[in-house]
Design a protein around this ligand. Structure first.
Ligand code: F6R
Length: 593
């Protein structure tokens, strides 16, 4: 969740580290800090955002620096708990992403040995351990210190008088960016895209020793070679491009994302070869994910069961890790935008341990999940910066549609119809986007409420869940997604004037039942906003407000409906003056359990 960055080169480190940090803020923004080395090491940090730190800083000399933007786990957001953390002498500084699970024991030991630890964080033990083992060789001290440490970490170490950065990772992402007489270290690619597109993805257990002109990677004390990769994302992809927020830009990118993901079919097909070989032998499937990706997984269940006839179980990764049982013959699909979600990674390891074939749908190339999976199908969403996921969700659905349609044994005519519709989805989504002003009007109405229910049935039940998640996370309105039929089993007690309902309606077998649900909630005094297909006059008569979406086959209705709900959430949050790209207490890429 936290973001870390390091720079070493012949340019002033301060502006580069701050610039990279601002691109990492989506990983956490409770506090931030920077350390720059020249004659000694200067550290500045506070419980503020990067922009405020930038303004407060004096000019720092030095061409080597590290930075951190924090999502608090151990200790409140405060200056003392902000990174970088230092040893007793202030000569060894560390930025860290992850959790040191045995920090209390280490802290007691270090304190007994005379070290002075001042923060509440788990991280602070690391610089003190390095101090304890340092006898003039920084990389060896880091290596020895990390042997004492349990848990997850991506760290960068900067020490006075050492013209190098030492980086290490275990269960937290870390990349090295290769420049021209300068090198970078960062939690992820968008941080350094302005400077280089040449990267090395560090493996768990790697220790990188990075100087201006050289990158050395060691593992178990021996030097190893790691392949250099070229990042295909462009600088523009990670910029706002004139939009007020990344979220709005990413919502508007979705027609392109659908096209790009469809164009990626060729490589998808290549990666899925083994699945094809197993077709016929698959008795059941399991899909695992968290958050928005979990909602994509739920939609995947409907698609697979309808078009392949294979029963599918969908599990929230964090629950599966403690209770889920599964058999080796199960094919598991794991869905994750970042490829770094700790719960999802843990679930993948559990699946692999029992011998399951694990197929991952991932957006971030080179992420940890891609290294655990047997096969990876990449979505082509490009970098998703907004904390609230939008385009990655639509891209995940596109991969699922493609995968399932490729293996389905529906008759030729149905297959042609499905593929034709699939190809038309970019235009259909564009039509939803063109209806933005109307949705904005309804958002202004919705923004006055504090409680909202989203209801749907069948394949649009997960859409209701996703609509509620988007609204609650960015507008702070309490929103619940419900299977429409379940509302009468309890939540009816909450209905009335103060609780509007957003009903997601599709022209499928659930249509009549949805009409009944709408009548029932209206009878209890709730205002009903309905998302319905254009030309549906019955709905027009029944609903208080209607958001129309273009006509598509019901199986694809989650695409157009979700995009409409993303816009509704976005404009509701905007009306309420919320911090849309950086909602409170959240961070993209949840790398802690
Ligand atoms: C919500 C959101 C989160 C993520 C979840 C899983 O808008 O973005 O719920 O979907 O943290 O993240 P990934 O897909 O990276 O595993």
């Amino acid at each position: 969740m936290c973001g870390i960055v390091g720079y070493i080169g012949d340019k002033p480190a301060q502006p580069i580290v701050l610039d990279c940090l601002s691109k990492l803020e989506y990983r956490g923004y409770d506090s931030c800090g920077i350390a720059v080395s020249s004659s000694g090491i200067e550290v500045y940090k506070d419980a503020v955002r990067v922009g405020a730190l930038r303004k407060a800083l004096p000019k720092l000399d030095g061409t080597v620096g590290i930075g951190h933007t924090r999502w608090a786990t151990h200790g409140e957001p405060s200056q003392v708990n902000a990174h970088p953390h230092c040893d007793c002498s202030g000569k060894i500084t560390v930025v860290h992403n992850g959790i040191i699970s045995n920090f209390q024991l280490l802290r007691r030991q270090l304190t007994a040995e005379g070290h002075n630890l001042i923060s509440e964080t788990d991280t602070e033990v690391i610089p003190h351990l390095i101090e304890k083992y340092y006898d003039g060789n920084l990389e060896e001290a880091v290596e020895t210190a990390l042997r004492d440490v349990e848990g997850s970490y991506a760290i960068i170490v900067l020490a006075a008088g050492e013209p190098k950065l030492v980086a290490a990772r275990k269960d937290s992402p870390l990349i090295i960016g290769i420049g021209d007489r300068e090198n970078f270290i960062a939690s992820d690619v968008p941080a350094i895209l302005d400077y280089t597109n040449r990267v090395i993805y560090l493996e768990d257990g790697d220790i990188g020793v990075v100087t201006t002109g050289k990158i050395k990677i060691k593992r178990d004390g021996k030097e190893v070679s790691r392949q250099e990769d070229k990042v295909l994302w462009s600088v523009k992809d990670a910029q706002k491009g004139g939009y007020e927020h990344f979220m709005l830009k990413e919502i508007h990118e979705q027609p392109k994302v659908i096209r790009d993901t469809l164009i990626g079919w060729v490589s998808v097909a290549e990666s899925a070869v083994d699945l094809a070989a197993m077709r016929g032998g698959i008795e059941s499937m399991l899909i695992l994910a968290c958050g928005t990706s979990y909602h994509a997984a739920l939609i995947g269940k409907y698609i697979i069961e309808e078009l392949l006839g294979i029963p599918v179980r969908v599990e929230i990764a964090s629950e599966f890790n403690y209770y889920g049982q599964t058999l080796a013959k199960t094919v598991a699909i794991v869905i994750t935008q970042s490829g770094e979600t700790a719960d999802t990674l843990k679930a993948m390891k559990k699946l692999k341990a029992v011998g399951c074939l694990v197929l991952a749908i991932i957006n971030v190339v080179g992420s940890s999940a891609s290294r655990i999976a047997d096969h990876t199908l990449y979505t082509r969403a490009g970098p998703e910066i907004s904390v609230a996921a939008t385009k990655s969700f639509i891209a995940q659905l596109m991969v699922l549609y493609w995968l399932v349609i490729s293996y389905s044994e529906v008759d030729a005519r149905r297959l042609t119809d499905l593929i034709t519709e699939l190809r038309q989805l970019p235009e259909k989504v564009q039509q939803v986007l063109d209806n933005e002003d109307k949705i904005k009007e309804y958002a202004s109405y919705l923004s006055k409420y504090e409680n909202v229910f989203f209801i749907g049935r069948g394949i649009n039940f997960p859409v209701a869940l996703e609509g509620a998640l988007k609204l609650k996370e960015i507008s702070y309105i309490h929103a619940e997604g419900y299977a429409a039929g379940e509302l009468k089993h309890g939540p009816f007690a909450l209905l009335g004037e103060g609780t509007p309902i957003i009903a997601v309606v599709a022209r499928d077998s659930t249509y009549q039942a949805m009409l009944s649900s709408i009548r029932e909630v209206k009878a209890r005094g709730s205002t009903v906003i309905v998302l319905a297909e254009e030309g549906d006059e019955t709905i027009g008569e029944l609903a208080d407000l209607v958001i129309t979406v273009p006509k598509v086959e019901a199986i694809f209705s989650p695409i157009v409906n979700t995009v409409a709900l993303q816009l509704l959430a976005y404009y509701t949050a905007e009306e309420r003056g919320c911090s849309i790209d950086f909602p409170r207490n959240l961070a993209k890429s949840v790398t802690v359990e």
